[in-house]
Design a protein around this ligand. Structure first.
Ligand SMILES: *Cc1c(COP(=O)(O)O)cnc(C)c1O
Length: 408
């Protein structure tokens, strides 16, 4: 392919073309390199590759050429049209991982050490919450959970715990769809030399680019909207400190055994191509579902950051292109009404996870947040009757009809 002379005006051109490297045999699309190891022409070549004196693959736990297309596209999406402090195009490096949890594990383990503390918001992905309290705590790293929407509180916590080294944000957060102000928290963190990471899984870089506000790391579970079809588990860690990404983050990725695999990387790349189209449809459907639920008499409240009734409506509006495809709601009849609703659905899929092409409906209290103690869960707004929806790309009339039939 001849070298690109212009900058892409939009995200679809990027996702369709950024990954077109010089594939072997002039293959149009990225091949699946199903190989555990790579050959050396002679001993010297092997030595040079190990010493880092020559580019080249060695072993697929370290790296595989099938990972590069998705890594390049996601790094380009997260930095799309952004500038660094000196006015140059912002650069970032992405490393593909086996899962979102693997990417988070690498992030936490490579940036924190025993004696450090990590500050995070109370509404978090269940696995991240458990990881902080089980794995990190056992390693001598203290998790501090606060309401990060209260900036005065954030500042007093940072002043109180001098060992806070990382603030980890998830916005919008699972499953309450709470949003935190990435810019305000990052500005505060910088004053105290604290680094900031954002789990951007719910939004995707099409809707929200945390690097715009100066954060240090972005992580994703690519299992969700980036893959978009529910065909593979994966995660990615993106950092703008290229030196750190190439040294410590790469080393930890290899030593923790966080590697992705060639076929899942291929499926991810395939899904990424339609990210913009898919997110547009997901978001317009979600808005219609949220408005429909809000008007329904059986519904106590709807958590959707695109509704003016949501407490974080203005923060979401400030930092997101559209409010996203995730919402949750509480039925007036509590747990039994919730179970009844889920059982009566005829089209929407009963499953955890999110970001697949079809609509997924789940019950956080008994499923994704089963591992979080009840008192804590209630404090986070995860009530017994809360239902979470990942709104899919079906025709909106059918989604609304399915909900309408199930709710009554
Ligand atoms: C799913 C998810 C994760 C974990 O990702 P896996 O790919 O399941 O390991 C982390 N954060 C968020 C917000 C998620 O939705």
């Amino acid at each position: 392919m001849s070298e690109k002379k212009f900058k892409y005006a939009g995200v679809s051109s990027l996702t369709l073309h950024q990954s077109q490297h010089n594939f072997p045999a002039s293959a149009h699309l990225n091949p699946v390199f199903a190989t555990s190891t790579f050959t050396f022409n002679n001993a010297d070549e092997g030595m040079r590759r190990f010493a880092g004196l020559e580019e080249g693959y060695i072993y697929s736990r370290w790296d595989n050429p099938g990972f590069k297309p998705a890594e390049d596209v996601i790094a380009a999406l997260e930095t799309f049209q952004l500038k660094d402090g000196s006015g140059n195009d912002l650069e970032a490096k992405a490393i593909l991982h086996a899962s979102g949890m693997a990417a988070l594990s690498n992030l936490f383990q490579s940036t924190l050490k025993s004696g450090d503390a990590i500050l995070s918001h109370f509404s978090l992905y269940g696995g991240t919450h458990e990881y902080m309290h089980k794995v990190l705590e056992q390693n001598g790293i203290e998790p501090i959970i606060a309401d990060l929407r209260n900036l005065d509180k954030v500042e007093s916590v940072i002043q109180q715990y001098k060992n806070i080294r990382l603030i980890h944000l998830e916005t919008p957060a699972n499953p309450t769809i709470q949003c935190v102000d990435i810019e305000a928290i990052t500005q505060l963190a910088k004053q105290y030399h604290v680094i900031v990471s954002v789990d951007n899984t719910f939004a995707t870089p099409y809707l929200q680019q945390p690097f715009k506000y100066g954060v240090d790391f972005v992580v994703h579970s690519t299992t969700k909207f980036l893959n978009g079809h529910g065909t593979a588990i994966g995660g990615i860690l993106v950092g703008k400190d290229i030196a750190f990404m190439k040294t410590k983050a790469t080393k930890w990725h290899r030593l923790l055994g966080c590697n992705s695999n060639p076929f899942d990387a291929f499926l991810l790349m395939n899904g990424l191509k339609t990210l913009e189209l898919r997110m547009e449809r997901h978001c317009s459907n979600a808005m219609a579902v949220a408005k429909f639920l809000e008007k329904n008499k059986a519904v106590a409240y709807v958590n959707y950051n695109g509704l003016e009734s949501h407490p974080d409506f203005s923060i979401a509006k400030k930092q997101m292109k559209h409010p996203g495809a995730m919402l949750s709601f509480e039925l007036k009849g509590g747990l039994s009404a919730g179970k009844n609703f889920i059982d009566k659905l005829q089209m929407c899929t009963r499953a955890v996870s999110l970001g697949t092409a079809d609509t997924l409906v789940s019950h956080p209290a008994s499923m994704s947040h089963y591992g979080v103690p009840k008192e804590e869960r209630l404090q986070f707004g995860i009530t017994d009757g809360l239902i979470r929806m990942s709104v899919g790309m079906e025709n909106i009339e059918d989604i609304l009809e399915d909900i309408d039939n199930a709710i009554n």
